[in-house]
Design a protein. Sequence first.
Length: 202
Amino acid sequence: MAKDIDVLSLCGLKQCLKMWSDMQKIFGIGMPRTGTASLNEALKRLGYFSKHFPGSLEEIADYDAATGLSVCYWHKKLYKMYPGSKLILTVRYPADWVGSMQKIMDAEIDLKYTSKHKNIFEEAIFDFFGTIKFDRAEFLLGYKNHITNMMKLYGGRSNFLVLDICAGDGYEKLCNFLDLPLIVDDFPHITGKETDETEYCD
């Protein structure tokens, strides 16, 4: 009887650990054009099943990690769904960021994504900046507000990391945060043209 109880207890423990593991994900909560596609590729190289710009909250359940505008937009919902997950805020020098965003917004690229993705993009952009047309002042304000809000919500937590890929942050900082051994490799620098992702979501 004691052995049966021990086995049952062990099975229960394993189930609980699996459930907890399923709730622990990695989310890139930076704005587009801050290296979110590069972060996604880096996470893949580290062995994570990662998705860039998932099209729904339900889709994220199938992945270990997710990055991109939709994740940035849904960060509060995601953190409630997966409490204790690791959060990575990718940042970039504001003047460089807004210049990159202007190119994308002015280009009016025809998305390869579904209309659902385009709707998410437009909804998120409007929520962050108050317009879906590029406005340098409004975009800069929205970008700075996002960083400020993320620091207020998550700053100081052990599961929160600020990563400036454009300034040289790479695997050393990322692996240390994820409690992984450092890999000797160049950190990926991905643009939309180098992946099957749209340039909207770099």
